[in-house]
Design a binder for this molecule. Structure first.
Ligand SMILES: CSCCC(=O)C(=O)COP(=O)(O)O
Ligand SMILES: [Zn+2]
Length: 259
């Protein structure tokens, strides 16, 4: 059976009739969950959270069925993305199956690829969150926060031996996120990110000093939840710091800082 560009055999290809058998089958879908559509809707959501304004930041998604990697173009207004703007990479050859004219793939591509290759990620989010930037000025090599309920949304790096499912941090745990220094060009962050991935095998995010944060997860839904929970915790840590409370202080210890 012949294959369509979308990765399906032609008999099951779900692309609109006009796109079937063409490279547009890789991005033409009425399914809002299709990576080409989801990158557009999530970038819009991220834009209104101040995470991807001024063209910075973005998201890459691996198609859960075909394994194709979807990447937005570089230097464009991320809230105005359309499915036809998407680059599509073959996960094995790392060659592009689709390269829209007039665009270059996101400068974050080598960083996204590091998370796919070293972490088996299903999606990678990069934001220019002001909370990440502020925490990168406050903390030296690691961001730490403890005993805040929202920590429970973040994976611990451990798996349940019975189910194989990720075990999340508990309320009494400390979330640790490595911080790497920024470089002149986004792609030059790759070595620093890869070192952090090796040194912190349980981490699901890396902060880039004076720049932002990379967050990934096994699925796009999990990556989204981790990014939201981490940004909340980064904001809480900034506010605690303004009051003189260390973000990893023990339960009840805050009282000594508030007098
Ligand atoms: C003002 S954006 C500077 C470059 C950057 O940090 C970034 O995240 C942009 O990524 P792009 O996907 O537009 O190459
Ligand atoms: Zn960036």
């Amino acid at each position: 059976m012949a294959s369509c560009f979308c990765g399906d055999t032609v008999d099951v290809c779900k692309a609109p009739a006009a796109a079937q058998g063409s490279k547009d089958a890789l991005i033409a879908s009425s399914d809002p969950r299709h990576p080409a559509n989801l990158i557009c809707s999530l970038c819009k959501l991220f834009y209104y959270n101040n995470w991807v304004t001024g063209t910075g930041g973005g998201i890459s998604i691996k198609h859960p069925e075909t394994g194709h990697i979807y990447i937005a173009p570089s230097g464009v207004q991320k809230e105005q993305l359309k499915p036809e703007h998407m680059f599509v990479m073959d996960p094995v050859s790392k060659g592009y199956l689709r390269t829209p004219e007039l665009y270059k793939p996101s400068a974050c591509t080598p960083l996204f690829m590091s998370c796919y290759t070293q972490r088996g990620a299903g999606a990678v989010i990069h934001t220019h969150s002001q909370h990440a930037v502020m925490c990168s000025l406050i903390f030296e090599n690691e961001f730490r926060i403890a005993n805040i309920e929202q920590i429970k949304a973040i994976p611990s790096g451990q798996k349940d031996p019975a189910t194989g499912k990720d075990i999340n941090l508990s309320f009494f745990d400390t979330l640790v996120i490595p911080i790497i220094d920024n470089t002149a060009h986004e792609e030059d962050l790759t070595d620093g990110l890869q070192e952090a991935l090796q040194k912190y095998p349980g981490a699901t995010a890396v902060i880039v000093r004076r720049h932002g944060i990379y967050v990934w997860g096994p699925t796009v839904d999990k990556a989204k939840v981790y990014n939201e929970a981490i940004d909340y915790l980064l904001e809480v840590a900034c506010k605690m710091r303004q009051l003189g409370i260390p973000s990893d202080c023990g339960i009840g210890e805050e009282k000594k800082y508030l007098t």
